[in-house]
Design a protein around this ligand. Structure first.
Ligand code: WQD
Length: 340
């Protein structure tokens, strides 16, 4: 008996593909739309390998409302999980219009399709970036958002949250869950799925992976003069498998109105601790140098995950070391060798 039909936008991406696997394993019928801008169709075969199920896949761009509407004519979806979006902070500063058109415009197209076909449930992949600059490094959902967001990527996430809130005022039967991701890392323990961006990586872990394989000479630590224990920036690194299990937890508890949850471990980890954990797990010394601060970086940012624990019965179970181990397994499965 199916638990329901779910459309995963961006479902061949890093987070999306891990979520599709968990959704299928939990008994959902899943369909995927993705434009493959930052993912590869080969992921579909990995999903089959992991679940025995080949989700229907549509190569559709969220900006193409007609094509998106066409998908909904046959979809008969109970819910949408909206992963699709451009997410490179640096690129968003260089190409703001592209980011607003894709992330915000694409979401408006999606919401119009949902309205046309009576789909009432949406889970939105948001980001801790919406917290902008706060007094406290520990982020709670009740905090005001939007102030001090330094890049268009983060502003698109903030704007989409506001659009979803306004949409539920206009249609109180809408059921919206906004999930604010902190720093997703790691890979599927099978080694079959992992972070494999087409674009130049901005994020720490994909860069660590490229340094580990020799594609990048050394890691530049963006500053060690922050007021943190070791001077390097502190973030909340959450294993991608824990992250996607948070999506299942919220999907099973959707209700009319807007729910907002932090998906993080609640623990802050510094850049140096990430480097040390990778070296400990991999057995290799990761080459790095201390460089200048990166514009827009905050010294510390991590989640208060207690609301998700309380209301969703969800908490993280995997560690940074688990994420490093799974990342290495993924690299090896991909045939990538660690540098000597
Ligand atoms: C983490 C830490 C860097 C690279 C952003 C987005 C957020 C989400 C995750 C998409 C920082 C340091 C990094 C490097 C370094 N986006 N670093 N050298 O900035 O916390 O968050 O990515 O899912 O919405 O805002 O993540 O991985 O870019 O950086 O020292 O080569 O690693 O300074 O402190 P960030 P990040």
């Amino acid at each position: 008996m199916s638990k329901g039909r779910v459309l995963a936008t961006g479902g061949t991406g890093y987070i999306g593909s891990h979520a599709v696997v968990e959704l299928i394993k939990a008994g959902y019928e899943v369909e995927i739309i993705d434009n493959l801008y930052n993912s590869k169709a080969g992921v579909l075969g990995k999903i089959v390998e992991l679940t025995g199920v080949g989700p229907k896949f549509y190569t559709v761009d969220m900006c193409n409302r007609a094509a998106l509407m066409e998908v909904f004519t046959r979809g008969n979806y109970d819910a949408v999980i909206h992963f699709a979006g451009l997410k490179a902070v640096g690129e968003s500063t260089e190409q703001p219009l592209h980011y607003y058109e894709n992330n915000v415009g694409g979401t408006l197209n999606l919401l119009e399709c949902m309205r046309a076909y009576g789909v009432k449930k949406i889970v939105f992949s948001s980001s801790a970036t919406v917290y902008g600059v706060q007094e406290s490094p520990k982020c709670e959902e009740s905090m005001p958002t939007g102030a001090g967001i330094t890049n268009p990527y983060g502003k698109t996430k903030f704007m989409i949250e506001e659009i979803l809130k306004d949409a539920t005022v206009a249609d109180p039967s809408l059921e919206v869950s906004i999930l604010r991701y902190f720093n997703p890392i790691g890979a599927h323990p099978s080694g079959l799925l992992g972070e494999d961006p087409n674009d130049r990586p901005n994020n720490l872990m994909p860069i660590v992976m490229k340094v580990a394989t020799g594609e990048i000479e050394k890691l530049t630590v963006y500053g060690n003069d922050y007021s943190t224990p070791d001077g390097t920036c502190v973030r909340d690194y959450i294993h991608v498998v824990d992250l996607v299990k948070g999506h299942l937890a919220t999907l099973e508890r959707m209700r009319p109105g807007v729910q907002i949850y932090n998906l993080g471990t609640g623990r802050g980890v510094s850049v140096m601790e990430i480097i040390e954990a990778f070296s400990r797990v991999s057995g290799m010394q990761l080459p790095y140098e201390i460089g200048a601060r990166r514009a827009g970086d905050l010294g510390s940012l991590y989640a208060d995950p207690s609301l998700a624990e309380r209301e969703l019965g969800w908490r993280t179970e995997l560690t940074v070391e688990d994420a490093m181990r799974d990342t290495l397994a993924y690299l090896r499965k991909e045939g990538l060798k660690l540098r000597a």
